[in-house]
Design a protein around this ligand. Structure first.
Ligand SMILES: Nc1ncnc2c1ncn2[C@@H]1O[C@H](COP(=O)(O)OP(=O)(O)OP(=O)(O)O)[C@@H](O)[C@H]1O
Length: 306
């Protein structure tokens, strides 16, 4: 039987081949932590991805089975994604990286239901009845409404329903504090720096207590220093809350800093070319000096052919 995914840049034997995702549709059970999380919540996976080990229905929040996505336009049909088999576990941080146009945003849009697969299935194993999984989304552009204060922007889902309770404002304030915006709750977006607006956008994505956080290059447009600070904060917040996260990024260092697993996509039609488990200890702020960090960066560079 042909492999479900193929590695475009990896030889058929040797260490690189082991990273290649020639594996069945269901992947990898995480190793469980024995130490409590800083928030005191139940322990969740620290790092994972043993090639060929199936993800159980109980641990996966979402699973793509042989998903194909084609777009039909007046100028023809584009196959954006081909043969995607991917499972994301509860509490797992997955980063996705690949060349422009390889289908990363299409994957994200499939995840939040803005697109439907042309072939294959997307399953939500833990979903009860018609209850949707709670999503948070943050984009490269902050998408804050300019006429609303930061706390109003954060509570927007409730504001739109016309009922912002005291506890919602309390949560908005707590989120502002969490992302380093304490004291700026009443400000308008135009009164904040670019990095602060991005922090506010990140806080807004957390407002709904997401089970799955979708991050479409949210730190991509920031200057290097601000970006480093926000990434460190994002990791801390994820460690405290342990939602599942799906991060689109063009930055190898960002992927290695944040993710338990980095998925490398090949050029269009997008396929999963490789899956790299990141087993570095957290928090990873100091890990750049770790030889394993350099090894992972080099491995990802090889897969991306840069
Ligand atoms: N609504 C659409 N209609 C037609 N084609 C589309 C649509 N959305 C995406 N595509 C095509 O699907 C392919 C994948 O696009 P997608 O935006 O997912 O790539 P990407 O990896 O996110 O790119 P980038 O890194 O540049 O943002 C591209 O060829 C794009 O032109």
């Amino acid at each position: 039987m042909a492999p479900r995914t193929r590695c475009a840049t990896t030889p058929s034997s040797g260490p690189r081949a082991r990273a290649c995702s020639r594996r069945p549709a269901r992947w990898s059970r995480p190793t469980r932590r024995s130490t409590p999380t800083p928030s005191g919540r139940p322990p969740l996976p620290e790092s994972k991805s043993v090639p060929g080990t199936p993800v159980s229905a109980a641990s996966a929040i979402v699973r793509f089975d042989d998903v194909v996505k084609r777009f039909s336009t007046s100028s023809g049909v584009t196959t954006a994604l081909q043969g995607i088999n991917l499972a994301i576990d509860r509490g797992e941080f997955v980063a996705i990286i690949g060349p422009s146009g390889c289908g990363k945003s299409t994957l994200l849009r499939l995840l939040c239901g803005l697109e439907q697969p042309t072939e294959g299935r997307i399953e939500w194993p833990g979903r009860k009845g018609a209850d949707p999984v709670r999503f948070g989304v943050a984009f490269q552009e902050h998408r804050l409404l300019p006429w609303l204060s930061i706390e109003q922007n954060i509570t927007l889902p409730k504001l739109m329903k016309g009922r912002t309770a005291a506890q919602d404002l309390e949560r908005a304030r707590a989120l502002c504090k969490m992302v380093g915006l304490e004291g700026f709750e009443k400000r308008l977006p135009s009164e904040l720096s670019g990095g602060m607006r991005q922090r506010a956008s990140f806080a807004r994505s957390l407002f709904v207590h997401p089970e799955l956080l979708l991050l479409d290059e949210p730190f991509g447009a920031l200057d290097a220093l601000t970006r480093e600070q926000i990434i460190a904060d994002a990791e801390r917040i994820w460690m405290e809350q342990r939602f599942a996260a799906f991060l689109i990024t063009h930055s190898i260092s960002e992927a290695v800093h944040l993710a338990d697993r980095v998925i490398v996509m090949s050029a269009r039609p997008g396929r999963i070319a490789a899956e790299i488990a990141v087993n570095l200890p957290r928090p990873r702020t100091e890990q750049m000096l770790n030889p394993e960090y350099s090894r992972l960066v080099a491995e990802l560079r090889r897969h991306l052919e840069i």
